[in-house]
Design a protein around this ligand. Sequence first.
Ligand code: ATP
Ligand code: MG
Length: 611
Amino acid sequence: MKKVGFFKSIQFKFVLIYTLLILLAMQLIGVYFASTMKEQSRSSFEESLKQQATQLVYIVAEAIKETEQSDKTTMQQKMRAVQDALDDTSIRSRSGEIQVVSEKGKILATSDISNKEMVGKSTSNQIINKDRLTMEGSVHSRRDADSGERLLILTKPIKSEGETYGLLYIEKSMESMYSELSRTNGILATATGIALVITAVLGVVLARTITRPLGNLRQQTLAVSRGDFTRKVQFNDDDEIGQLAIAFNAMTDKLHEANAKTEAERRRLRSVLTYMTDGVIATTRDGTIDLMNNRSEELLRLKHQQAKNHSIIDVLDIEDQFEVDDLYDYDDFIILDFSTKYENQLIRANFSVLKNEYGAITGLIAVLHDVTEQQQLEMERREFVANVSHELRTPLTTMKSYLEALDEGAIENKELAGKFLGVTQNEVDRMTRLVKDLLQLSKMDASNTEFHKVQIDIVVLIDHIVDRFEMSKTQHIDFERNLWDEPVYVDIDKDKITQVIDNIVSNAMKYSPDGGTITIDMEKDSHEVTLSISDEGVGIPEENVDKVFDRFYRVDKARSRKLGGTGLGLAIAKEIIAAHDGDIWAESQWGQGTTIRFTLPLLKGGLENET
Ligand code: ATP
Ligand code: MG
């Protein structure tokens, strides 16, 4: 935050207000004081001049009276007497002039030496001439044209015992009075200046007491805005600022609490999002992605950084079918196919609208759920039902046509009837076998099958089975047994494992050419035994090798069916081996013969009840 400029600071405003107030007060006082002083000085100046005039009138009157008492009084003598009286008197205007004028307007005497030649002549002074006629005193003031001095002028008739002798004229400079006044004003101005300086200093100090806690408060506010809640505002007084500091500290605590709560909530939300098994994507109002959790990154095989600022429409690859606005009112889900050459990936996407506290739409939330397995299962289920129906329909159709033939008269032909019934019986057997296999599979799916495990020597079991095949074989096929010389003990359900080996060997026989050899190998390591049954038959195309364990899968459907196969044998074998904690797989190449291998865990800790 930028620093407060000096002229904008409270400190400056304080000082300004204080000094302006003082200036105003001093001005008012000054004006009032100066005008009162001026009036007072003027009136006392006038008063003292009047007193001087009264004294002078008396002295001059006495001097004139004295000259008039002697017999020969000339005008000259009279004037001298008046002049002497004037010169003698201590009451003399130091800066100014005193004149005595006869009733007729002749200047009898003057205190101004430079005007001595005027004595005896008629005066031209208008004030004197005016007052001489009325013989009444008056007071005037004027400014001297030459020196520019301000003068006070006073006239007074010279009277004694009813006799009038002339007019006294006094002219006195008021400059000394005015300079006295201006000195006083100067003192006042200096005092004002000093008062202003003191006020300014006091203002600064006083403003500091307010601005310092405010500065402290500002620092604290900045710290809080940076997320530092540890600092507290220091305060000493319990005044308004102290109260403000208390309130601020309380607010900081509350803010800290709220912040911690929000942070905890955010962390919780983040970990929920991170560990969710569903993908979550949040967008802004225009569909731009601004949040993606780990799961959605995995599902879309895309990093958040790559998707950020891209439209959700592009990222989900649905730009052909939807616009962003369509998603805001899309109640259904969308299945997205993110399958690659190597991996199937189907994602179900649901959308919901994000709103703020005023109900305005602020964005979109997409929840992604991996439905690959679900869809696959669904597909397999449908396929399975179709397969079962198909497998059942074929023998039923065959039976129906043979029964119809019998009904239409073939029954009369004994030989034909016997053949037809044989076929029908075969089909019924086939259906029975199919239903039995299906039942067995469904039982194993539901984990309903009970395994009656016994500890036996697998070498003996295989020998028995192969003996059985050798005895009942109709083709010309050789069996080669590379079995272990010692007993190899396993803990198995004898009937179920017999079923597995039966199926593998019968498959090998089915697909072996006449004169072929079926080899049974046995390998053993510390914990398991591996059995391999190899033939020299047609083999299985390499890309379908793993599929032979799928339900109803047959490489050559027509041929297998002809050979009585339903395609469930190896699927059942796989379930049985898995239930024994073993593994089963096929190795083959088209036209190169087939090897089916399976493992069984060896009996741990040797044979129990061994005799
Ligand atoms: P079922 O065993 O139920 O009577 P099936 O033999 O056709 O019918 P599976 O044993 O599950 O079914 O075998 C599945 C398919 O795998 C067969 O239809 C066949 O195409 C192929 N197959 C199995 N074993 C061999 C083999 N040794 N040589 C060539 N193809 C084989
Ligand atoms: Mg089979």
